[in-house]
Design a protein around this ligand. Sequence first.
Ligand code: GLP
Length: 249
Amino acid sequence: MKLIEVKDYQEMSQVAADYLLSKVKESDKLTLGLATGGTPQGLYEALINDHNKNRTSYQHVSSFNLDEYIGLSGKHPNSYYHYMNDHLFKHIDIDSENTHIPSGKAVDLEKECEAYDEKIRLHGGIDLQILGIGSNGHIGFNEPGTPFESNTHIVELAESTREANARYFDSIDEVPAQAITMGISSIMKSKEILLLVSGEAKQVAMKKLVEGEISENFPASILNRHEHVTVIADQEALAMVKGLELLNR
Ligand code: GLP
């Protein structure tokens, strides 16, 4: 795991954008894995700024999002489908046919899960996966206890995750209880992973990721077994980490 230590959220977002843009520019065909939440918003803003200024094209780029709430249609303002259009897709020239988000409204959700992994496989896998981390170590919506072998599946959201995400809804009662998420195994098949971590709320998670053991009780810990992970973390997120030398190994 390689660490890039940055000053703050803004620098994290810009460094991540520069990294992603270098891949967009050097590839003829690129499949991105994309995340939602507060963490990647600054990255997406930086990509939009670049697109407006430099006209970087995404015509050759496909994307697969990590997750979606079950029960919310794409029109719902809190669906991740809506988030992605609003925060990125409608501002750049990516072909909407090439953007993929699991459907939380599929009639047969099990089939939707299987079809999603198959679609990723047919695309030749994910070249670069962007990840955030939940304060309980979740990646995508893979909550503690999720088997490391899991493919795309349906999850019951942890109460702490619903509470953390309630800030986007009118009340916690409106936060869906379930989601569909790429599994740990689906994520680990990505050729490369960029994990973004910012702020005080992620200090404990950051410490466990670097210093803790690899365990299904802390899903992100599996990233220590991936061969090509870069963590971009800001000073606040790193404040509790003693063994910074454990990174960059
Ligand atoms: C959400 C998403 C994750 C995200 C995480 C952290 O529930 N499903 O993909 O990485 O929680 O969110 P945030 O970036 O808002 O802290």
